[in-house]
Design a protein around this ligand. Structure first.
Ligand code: AMP
Length: 283
């Protein structure tokens, strides 16, 4: 596995691969790899000739009071894990390579970014995500890019970005990888102390409770949300949001008819965690 830090070098490597007729898969990450990241790499490895993983803690998607400076970083460990997944290139640029002096462009995707995490974290968050993903697509020019369904709103934002800007890349969403007790894997789980770690498992249990109620025939969105909220309240968690939304456009869903996204964000101990399930009506 090569570690590349400059745009010129990654462009040359991708150009060589494409000249040989190879397909290119990109996995964008902020590092601190866990099994969720590795699952995206495995998917990319299985379906592409050249696998590029980007490792960049993107400053523009963090708010002023968020965890940019404390975000877990361990490039050496990440490089070993990437190499073990047979990744070809780890693209790990310095911030100045991505945002040189005088950088002034921001991509803003309207509508789906002003709710859920966009409302909780502020508009800058998805502006930062859309801008850096557009740049990574411009730099790497992948055939396929892999994202985790854990960040369900991010997947929709990236799909909209690619569609609206006619970017020639296929977006693949991969399933959420969980710990044994159901907690969605996240780089931020390292912020949890033992008590908070136990408490955090309630997020997935809450989403499960809503699905169980849907399986029992409940279709009322507010009732499904209330079932999940009750599990969170039992665990002493007050969510930043817990909402049933359309899995396509994130509009509120009053009645479950087919599939819908039940998404949650909550502070648990020192971490802000997100999770979601796609709820299904069985009838
Ligand atoms: P991050 O490094 O947190 O920006 O995540 C990089 C990519 O990994 C994103 O597409 C995430 O959605 C994805 N990801 C993070 N956690 C998980 C998980 N538990 N399961 C599947 N994918 C994940």
């Amino acid at each position: 596995m090569r570690i590349i830090r400059t745009i010129a070098e990654i462009r040359a490597a991708v150009r060589d691969a494409k000249r040989r007729g190879q397909t290119v898969g990109l996995v964008p990450t902020m590092g601190a790899f866990h099994a969720g990241h590795l699952s995206l790499m495995q998917q990319a490895r299985a379906n592409n000739d050249l696998v590029v993983v980007s490792l960049f803690v993107n400053p523009t998607q963090f708010g002023a009071n968020e965890d940019l400076s404390s975000y877990p970083r361990d490039e050496e460990r990440d490089a070993a894990l990437g190499a073990a997944e047979d990744v070809d290139i780890l693209f790990a640029p310095e911030p100045a390579e991505i945002y040189p002096e005088g950088f002034t462009t921001t991509i803003h995707i309207a509508g789906i970014t002003d709710m859920l995490d966009g409302a909780s974290r502020g508009a800058h968050h998805f502006d930062g995500v859309a801008t850096v993903v557009a740049k990574l697509f411009g730099i790497v020019a992948p055939d396929v890019a892999y994202f985790g369904q854990k960040d369900a709103q991010q997947v929709l934002v990236v799909r909209r970005l690619a569609r609206d800007l006619n970017l020639d890349v296929r977006i693949e969403a991969c399933p959420i990888v969980r710990e044994a007790d159901g907690l969605a894997m996240s780089s931020r789980n390292v912020y949890l102390d033992a008590d908070a770690r136990r408490q955090a498992a309630a997020l997935n249990r809450a989403l499960d409770a809503a699905q169980a109620l849907a399986d029992a025939g409940e279709r009322d969105g507010a009732a499904l949300e209330a079932a999940a909220r009750a599990v969170l309240a039992d665990a002493g968690i007050t969510p930043e949001y817990l909402e049933l939304r359309s899995a396509e456009d994130l509009q509120p869903v009053a009645r479950l008819d087919g599939d819908a996204l039940l998404a949650v964000a909550a502070r648990v101990g020192a971490a802000r965690l997100i999770d979601n399930h796609i709820l299904h009506s069985t009838s």
